[in-house]
Design a protein around this ligand. Structure first.
Ligand code: PMP
Ligand code: GLN
Length: 391
């Protein structure tokens, strides 16, 4: 562990992200990496071709601060088509350097030091860091296994006179939970009652299984003009390294986020913006359905293999990830388990405990990704089953 002597107090404790640690371990041990969520195949060729065409056509200088108009128009059309949400592409749509920048810019732009942000745990790691960078404080509500439901009273109690925003991720990483309408209505009603802003991370919006429906919080009564809706092309099109994300929000909220965003990256990814615009504008609905069906089949492969290896599996209804409880294997400490697993089996996973404040709630939970080729998942499952036989 390197010294953190120079690191500001706001960021003490954040160290190295678990994704960087586990992906480095995968390389060092030549393991199958089911830790960090990134596909091992490219997305649609027409999108890659559009990026290459854009580079050759000279789209290589700074794009406009808001993002190129073709992409903003395609994002607005996407929100209209899938959710019946209307956004004005001049004042209500902003392209960002992935969802990560959008989340950070929203927190920095909207929170005063000392403000509180309500979020569910397990939380995506950048939420806590982004909140800390903004000088705000997190208030955490726990999603409880086995169904990842939450206690409405715990949510109500988490709201104080300092609460500025609720930060919601659905479909949810790492649990794979897709918040249902009743849960969203409860959250929406509290936002309206306490005059809170909602920041929603919807990067897995098209990755839902078993008929689960993704419902953007902005579609609920009273929410359209108080919600900063965030998504990204990374997951939808399997180009996670391109980092093209976006924000849709009412003009006043968008202007605030834009003000912070311009001093983080200003702009990014000019040719990739063109390519994502082509993807959004030309891929038929069948692309999204087929992609989700394909991922669902790979989820089933991994779920079956993990069950056969002796884990208790919490079956996800969305995202790239499946969580297991390792206690049936006689293990209790997910962090120690994930640090030793590559050496024992040649498979890398991520310990969910790092996404919890309540360490007891997440200690024995471990996340595997299934956004990999079938043969890779089959080999990983074989290795994990061998570990079990050796015990
Ligand atoms: N939110 C969640 C829940 C994620 O899992 C990820 C990981 N991709 C991100 C945000 C970051 O998205 P991006 O790569 O577009 O910054
Ligand atoms: N979202 C990816 C995951 O949860 C990781 C992205 C990152 O490395 N920050 O695995």
């Amino acid at each position: 562990m390197t010294s953190q002597a120079f690191l500001t107090s706001r960021l003490q404790g954040f160290g190295t992200t678990i994704f960087a640690e586990m992906s480095a371990l995968a390389i060092a041990t030549d393991s199958i990496n089911l830790g960090q969520g990134f596909p091992d195949t490219d997305g649609p060729a027409l999108i890659a071709d559009a990026a290459i065409d854009a580079i050759r056509a000279g789209h290589n200088q700074y794009p406009p601060l808001l993002g190129i108009p073709e992409l903003r128009a395609a994002i607005a059309a996407h929100q209209q088509h899938w959710y019946d949400l209307t956004y004005d592409l001049e004042t209500e749509v902003l392209v960002t350097a992935g969802a990560t920048e959008a989340i950070a810019a929203a927190l920095i732009a909207l929170c005063e030091p000392g403000d509180e942000v309500v979020m569910f745990e397990p939380y995506y790691d950048s939420y806590t860091a982004g909140t800390a960078i903004a000088g705000a404080t997190r208030r955490v509500v726990t999603l409880r296994t086995p169904d990842y439901s939450f206690d409405p009273d715990e949510l109500r109690r988490s709201i104080t006179s300092r609460t500025k925003a609720v930060l919601l991720n659905s479909p949810h990483n790492p649990t794979g939970k897709v918040f249902d309408r009743a849960e969203l209505e409860l959250i929406a009603n509290l936002c309206v009652e306490h005059d809170l802003i909602a920041i929603t991370d919807e990067v897995y919006e098209h990755l839902t299984y078993d008929g689960a429906e993704h419902i953007p919080l902005a579609t609920l009564l009273g929410m359209r003009d108080r919600t900063v809706t965030i998504s990204s092309a990374g997951k939808t099109f399997s180009y996670t390294g391109w980092k093209i994300g976006w924000v849709c929000a009412a003009p006043d909220l968008l202007a605030a986020v834009r003000t912070a965003k311009q001093f983080l990256t200003y702009v990014n990814g000019a040719p990739f913006q063109h390519a994502v615009a082509v993807g959004l504008a030309t891929l038929p609905d069948a692309y999204y359905r087929d992609f989700a069906a394909d991922l669902q089949a790979r989820r089933d492969l991994l779920v079956g293999g993990l069950r056969a290896a002796g884990y208790e599996v919490l079956v996800p209804r969305g995202t790239y990830f499946v969580t297991v409880d390792i206690r049936p294997l006689g293990e209790t400490d997910g962090l120690a388990f994930c640090r030793s697993l590559p050496g024992r089996t040649g498979v890398v996973a991520v310990p969910n405990v790092v996404f919890y404040d309540d360490k007891d709630a997440g200690r024995s939970l471990v996340r595997f990704t299934f956004c990999k080729r079938r043969e890779v998942l089959e080999e990983a499952v074989t290795r994990l089953q061998t570990l079990n036989l050796r015990q």
